[in-house]
Design a protein around this ligand. Structure first.
Ligand code: NAD
Length: 496
């Protein structure tokens, strides 16, 4: 695949149906993580620009909520077709600004499209319920109504998919929306909004603002924003949750992760190796569902260690747009430095470096942020490495004597995004499903990503809130319930 010459784009905001150049005084360079080239500049939009987007959404709300659900979903059908038609274009942009491979970027967009498809079922999913004669001649009903202006704040690692965990449902339900993507990857949403512009959505229904902390704080404090959906690191998720609550908003905040997989000796070791290799090193380990600690039991210690080290060492690392590349770079130079320093710290705390991905040199991409697959063996269960989210292509191996001990490792983790088990035993699988302290469980699955019609169920420090993204939770989150109790006197009905 040929790479187009880079052009530096000044990313604009999309407010009230118009692209508006930002008046920001600060701009952030966006670099292609594989080449090190600056490809865009993100404005750090100020409070007034963000408030303008919120005002536009608020002005669009009364008419949009009166639009019948059947009409509200028509732009989403158009969006699905546009996203399908431009799948390669949008995936190429994702690879250029995020670094993941072209194949991974396309898979990400399939998940985005899936959410658009599911939200098209809103006329059914948004229905309330009712009962006649709760008392003689009195009927009662529950109606769902949209909230008003809602906002979605997203991270760098899925620039296409994550905003679509929220946008299709929010809009189909009759809310109006402000999206604030990660300032490190602004081009994907910019392209998605160019497509949204062609769907016939009335102006102000969807708005895009670029920026960082000031933009987020403006959203969190603004009285017209009713609900905030956030995905990012735990520290920021906690902050957003608290600040949103302080101004009376509902919030769903997905945070960081440290995902464990337990490998039992009766697992199909070939399958386990292949799937865990993809989970740990796919997207260069920058997935919130990436396995980052493998806990082996019994003989699996040796068999799994040998097979995963061999599989990981064979992965072809490079520019995600090049044919045959299986793993791309990490997002920034700072991420590479942080990951490499954590590997060093782990080594000092007693881990053995089985496969060392530090100081990677990729021919023709010397300026890229590459860290090759890294495996650390005998990681002390109490070391920082075992507890801290690395968010890079690093897999730690820990050995446990039995399932009790393995589950205890999971219990002591602050996070609860995902836990997986590889086994051929139904009863071990059932016990794991029952006891594992995480919201997304994989049985012989490496990335237990819920489909759009199931909630993305993080637990513990991986999620703050009650209602998750996607599925029925999305309908609950983006609606207010109104209960009506109704009586009509009989004589009125006799008149007609
Ligand atoms: P991040 O927390 O740095 O940024 C996320 C968003 O928060 C961005 O839009 C950013 O502009 C904003 N932000 C950053 N600092 C802020 C601050 N001090 N105040 C207000 N807003 C701020 O996260 P990231 O590095 O972009 O993404 C990686 C993290 O996201 C990882 O921890 C990963 O596990 C997590 N993640 C979680 C899930 C999940 O479903 N639980 C999914 C994807 C990513």
């Amino acid at each position: 695949m040929t790479i187009a010459a880079p052009t530096v784009t000044q990313v604009a905001n999309y407010i009230n149906g118009q692209w508006r150049e930002s008046s920001a005084s600060e701009w952030l360079d966006v670099t292609n993580p594989a080449t090190g080239e600056v490809i865009a500049r993100t404005p750090q939009s100020g409070a007034a620009e963000v408030a303008a987007a919120i005002d536009a959404a608020a002005a669009a709300f009364p008419e949009w909520r009166r639009t019948p659900p059947e009409d509200r979903i028509q732009p989403l059908f158009k969006l699905k077709v546009l996203l399908e038609d431009h799948l390669d274009d949008i995936a190429r942009i994702i690879t250029q600004e995020n670094g993941k491979t072209f194949t991974e970027a396309k898979a990400e967009m399939r998940r985005a499209i899936e959410n658009v498809e599911v939200a098209c079922g809103i006329p059914m999913m948004m229905q309330g319920y009712n009962l006649e004669d709760v008392a003689r001649g009195i009927d009662e009903m529950m109606i769902r109504q949209p909230l008003g202006v809602v906002a979605a704040i997203s991270p760098f690692n899925f620039p296409g998919m994550i905003p679509f965990w929220f946008l299709p449902y929010a809009v189909a339900i009759g809310n109006t929306l402000v999206v604030k993507p990660s300032e490190r990857v602004p081009l994907t949403m910019r392209f998605a909004f160019e497509l949204l512009e062609k769907t016939g959505l009335p102006r102000g229904v969807v708005n895009l603002v670029n920026g960082g902390k000031v933009a987020v704080d403006t959203i969190l404090d603004h009285p017209k924003v009713r609900a905030v959906s956030f995905v990012g690191s735990t520290a920021v998720a906690k902050y957003v949750y608290a600040r949103a609550a302080a101004s009376g908003k509902r919030a769903q905040c997905q945070g960081g992760a440290k995902n464990h997989v337990i490998v039992l000796p009766d697992a199909d070791m070939r399958m386990a190796t292949q799937i865990i290799t993809d989970s740990a090193f796919g997207c260069a380990g920058q997935r919130c569902l990436a396995v980052s600690v493998a806990v082996t039991i019994g003989e699996a210690q040796k068999t799994f260690r040998d097979s995963i080290a061999e599989a990981a060492s064979k992965l072809r690392v490079g520019n995600g747009l090049d044919e045959g590349v299986q793993m791309g770079p990490v997002v920034t130079r700072q991420s590479k430095a942080r990951i490499e320093s954590m590997i060093g710290a782990g080594e000092k705390q007693g881990a053995k470096v089985l496969l060392d991905g530090r100081n990677a040199r990729i021919p023709n991409y010397e300026a890229g942020n590459f860290v090759k697959p890294t495996i650390l063996d005998c990681v002390p269960a109490t070391s920082d490495l075992a507890d801290t989210e690395i968010f890079g292509p690093v897999l730690s191996l820990i050995h446990a004597n039995d399932m009790d001990e393995a589950l205890a490792f999971l219990e002591r983790s602050a996070y609860g995004n995902q836990a997986s088990l590889f086994t051929s035993s139904g009863s071990a699988a059932r016990r794991f499903r029952y006891e594992a302290p995480a919201g997304n469980i994989g049985i012989n699955i490496g990335v237990a990503a819920p489909m759009a019609y199931f909630p993305f169920s993080g637990w513990k420090d991986s999620f703050f809130g009650t209602l998750h993204a996607q599925g029925r939770d999305a309908i609950e989150f983006y609606t207010d319930k109104k209960v009506v109790v109704e009586r009509w006197a009989k004589e009125h009905s006799r008149k007609f």
